[in-house]
Design a protein around this ligand. Structure first.
Ligand code: AMP
Ligand code: MG
Length: 360
């Protein structure tokens, strides 16, 4: 009997040893198979490539992670240069200049898509963002640098040339009403940022931050898995009024400080024009930052809400979902919408007197 017990105990022990050996072998094989890949992926993500570009009247910087980062960044730079050639209102060979000169032009698919989006944002913002603003922008001298204050009757005439209905988009071409002209400056950088993100993704990039003249767009999160920290600039100087922590997204700001002139009577006129008054928008806001999932949305809305002014912009945000705002008014009140209030960290700034959370 004792002998029998010893034999079955030995058998159980042998089975246990075999099972343990199989488990250890399987674990070793898994480690062998996946460890090099994990390590490789980590090393690829650690490769950081930085570059810059002067384009679209602004200084752009690129921070791209991954073993394909340099090639991907070069493709993005070529893309931006190409888009600038198509959309610049000052380059007489651009698609947009040709359209403005002749009133009718066949467009590339990309330009047509951008115009469609611009028209849609014009409607969505009740005409505050207006891609046909160019006659007014030009009259104030914002493209040439020959600044002037146009007379009221001139502005009244030019206002008649603006509005989404002045731009008709057919299969592959655009038609403008007599005298109307397009300016995509209020949305082009955001849109090109979206194209840049697509290019980075196509190159296998999972983590990147691009700043197109202060407009920040990110891909994924940082290689260490943490959020990006994006500074919000003061419209008065180079200081920051706060920081915001974001994953993948866009943080785009509009303000008169970016381009303006001071008239003889001391009045400061900014480059964002109200299609309703024909004059540079001055409705109580000094800067508007939009946080959204696409650059074209954030860019068009930052321009539109700046034109709307404090009260109208708050009402627009309350009635429309899908984006968040940080807006500084000229009395030093900083309005931060509830969706990003917790991820916004105010910094000690003389330009911000009060912080006000806005809720739906
Ligand atoms: P942003 O910095 O994105 O607000 O764009 C400002 C630029 O958009 C200006 O320099 C003009 O080229 C153009 N712009 C000015 N006013 C408007 C407007 N009401 N709607 C659309 N674009 C505008
Ligand atoms: Mg804009």
């Amino acid at each position: 009997m004792q002998k029998l017990n010893n034999a079955s105990a030995q058998k159980r022990l042998t089975i246990k040893l075999i099972v343990a050996a199989v488990v250890i072998l399987a674990a070793a094989m898994l480690l062998y198979l996946f460890y090099p890949q994990t390590k490789q992926a980590q090393q690829a993500a650690d490769i950081k490539y930085t570059d810059s570009l002067l384009a679209m009247d602004t200084y752009m910087t690129f921070t791209v992670y991954g073993d394909n980062a340099e090639k991907a960044t070069n493709e993005v730079k070529a893309l931006i240069t190409d888009c600038e050639k198509s959309w610049s209102v000052t380059d007489e060979n651009s698609e947009i200049s040709r359209l403005n000169r002749t009133g009718e032009a066949v467009l590339s698919l990309r330009t047509k898509d951008l115009l469609e989006k611009a028209k849609a944002y014009c409607r969505y913002t009740d005409g505050h963002f207006d891609p046909t603003i160019y006659p007014l922008v030009r009259a104030w001298g914002f493209t040439t640098g020959e600044y002037r204050v146009p007379a009221s009757d001139e502005l009244e005439e030019l206002k008649k040339l603006t509005g989404a209905d002045k731009l008709i988009l057919l299969d592959d071409k655009a038609i403008l009403s007599e005298g109307s002209m397009v300016d995509l400056g209020g949305v082009a950088k955001g849109y090109v940022g979206d194209l840049a993100m697509q290019t980075l993704k196509q190159n296998g990039i999972k983590s990147a931050l691009i700043s197109l003249g202060g407009n920040v767009q990110t891909l994924g999160v940082k290689p260490d898995g943490k959020n990006w920290i994006v500074g919000i600039r003061s419209p008065y100087d180079n200081g920051l009024i706060g920081k915001i922590s974001i994953g993948e997204g866009c943080v785009i700001t509009s303000g008169a400080y970016e381009r303006h002139f001071t008239a003889e009577d001391g009045t400061l006129y900014g480059h964002i024009i109200s299609p309703f008054t024909g004059k540079p928008a001055a409705n109580g806001l000094v800067s508007v930052t939009i946080v959204a999932d696409t650059g074209s949305k954030a860019d068009a809305l930052s321009t539109a809400l700046f034109v709307m002014g404090t009260e109208e912009a708050i009402r627009f945000w309350k009635e429309n979902a899908g984006f968040e705002v940080i807006m500084l008014s000229d009395d030093g009140t900083l309005f931060v919408s509830e969706g990003i209030y917790a991820s916004f960290e105010p910094l000690d700034s003389k330009d911000v007197k009060t912080i006000c959370e806005i809720k739906r």
